[in-house]
Design a protein around this ligand. Structure first.
Ligand code: HEC
Length: 419
């Protein structure tokens, strides 16, 4: 009798699942773009042999939604590049691990997922490369290294596809390639041919000095739709900004950018703006210091994406767009738990039309308390700066507008309303 009762109350044993049939397709879809040989993730998750020792960690990472990395609040915005597993997919991983992470029958395996080895863009018309191999430290945090790469363009060039390719993916955390038009005084402390650390991120910078292309782990090349292109004015330099992450082994890196020129004159120009606020002082030990940026767009544009950027004390970040007549406020992105390891670009599934006069508002919250496990020093005031121990507050956004429009006066910082 007691026996029967016990049997009735015990949960039905879950059937065990198979790696090949149930789990491998999910890893192909959600993990292998980063977890394969030669990519940035610490271990490949391709064969059963590779995955089995990590089974518990895999379960834990997907249940906590730490993996795949994606930090936008799902209630805000729809993104074409969202890396999100469904509840049903997560349940499969959990059940597979809880029932012994069985291998199953190899004949049920999906065909292996193939990844393009070379350029993701069409064959580049021009490849520009760092002038030398950079030495990467063995360990510790490295400050950003910059290299000036002159384009030597004699005339303006329109670029429709661009891809930044790290020389050594194991140590490259991210790369920003900036465009510096002729005559700009920005980063004039650097000399072509050698790596340098810039003195100031803003001094001498104009709206024409733009973030032109980036590489981040798991990121995508930029292939612009027909009729759209980015402009590289004659005589511009590209400046590579490299953030290396030492991994304990001696390493060098020489990264490059591939460009495909537009075949026909573009109808629309794509340009990256930085909605930033650089004048802030985060007090020591403040657990939730708010910094706001408010910018107004002065011409009608289309908005494609948003890439929030803050450093170690970052806690959360959000942006919204307010239409000029105040009729509506559209949330653009909300990152409730900032993770300094990830620089994610959130690509809107439908580009947003912003009429002239739209105001873009961003709010970053910083945790300078001792409770922030990555805070390098809670006892100091923190200001804007390049070093990892400084802070930043910027949201990069790609806009498109008629190709003949000048950049000047396209958008401007607004005084914040008194609170
Ligand atoms: C966009 C690239 C990317 C994708 C997609 C990705 N990972 Fe990762 N993963 C990383 C990187 C980089 C690390 C090491 C740094 C870190 O932990 O953030 C990592 C670390 C891990 C770790 C080990 C350490 C930890 O934090 O637990 C596990 C386990 C893991 N990933 C599992 C997965 C699984 C399972 C998937 C798919 C469901 C996945 N990852 C998708 C890049 C990725």
């Amino acid at each position: 009798m007691i026996f029967l009762l016990f049997w009735a109350l015990a949960p039905a044993a879950e059937p065990s699942l198979s790696y090949y049939k149930d789990v491998e397709p999910l890893l192909q879809r959600h993990c292998q773009q980063c977890h394969r040989e030669g990519e940035a993730a610490p271990m490949p998750l391709v064969t059963y042999k590779q995955v089995r020792p990590w089974a518990r960690a895999v379960k834990e990472a997907v249940l906590s939604r730490r993996m795949p990395p994606w930090h936008a609040d799902p209630a805000v915005g729809h993104y074409s590049n969202a890396r999100v597993m469904t509840a049903a997919e997560i349940a499969i991983v959990r059940q597979w691990v809880d029932t012994g992470a069985k291998e199953g029958d190899a004949r049920q395996a999906p065909p292996p997922r193939r990844f393009a080895d070379g350029w993701q863009i069409s064959k580049p018309d021009l490849v520009l490369e760092m002038p030398e191999e950079a030495e990467v430290a063995l360990s510790g945090q490295m400050e950003y290294v910059h290299y000036i790469v002159p384009t030597n363009f004699k005339e303006d060039r329109w670029v429709s596809e661009m891809e930044v390719r790290p020389g050594n993916r194991a140590v490259v955390h991210h790369i920003g390639v900036y465009l510096r038009p002729k005559g700009s005084q920005w980063m004039s402390e650097g000399k072509p041919g050698e790596g340098f650390q810039r003195k100031s991120r803003i001094s001498g910078r104009t709206p024409m000095d733009e973030l032109f292309a980036q590489y981040v782990t798991g990121g995508q090349a930029q292939i612009l739709p027909d009729g759209m292109a980015r402009l590289i004015p004659a005589g511009s330099d590209l400046i590579f900004q490299l953030h290396y992450q030492p991994n304990g082994k001696p390493a060098k890196d020489r990264s490059r950018i591939g460009l495909v020129f537009a075949k026909t004159p573009p109808v629309e120009r794509v340009h990256t703006i930085g909605v930033a606020e650089a004048r802030f002082v985060i007090p020591p030990r403040d657990p939730a210091y708010e910094v706001r940026a408010l910018w107004r767009i002065h011409k009608p544009v289309r908005l494609f994406n948003v890439t929030p950027h803050i450093h170690l004390r970052g806690k959360s970040f959000e942006c919204s767009a307010a239409l000029p007549d105040q009729s509506a406020v559209t949330p653009l992105v909300r990152v409730p738990h900032w993770d300094r390891n990830w620089q994610i670009t959130y690509e809107f599934a439908d580009p947003l039309k912003l009429p002239a006069g739209t105001r873009i508002h961003c709010l970053a919250v910083f945790d300078n308390s001792a409770n922030n496990p990555v805070n390098p020093n809670p006892d100091v005031e923190v200001r804007w700066g390049d070093q990892t121990t400084d802070e930043m507050m910027v949201a990069y956004m790609d806009l498109a507008f008629p190709a003949e429009w000048p950049l000047l006066n396209l958008y401007r910082r607004e005084p914040l309303p008194v609170q």
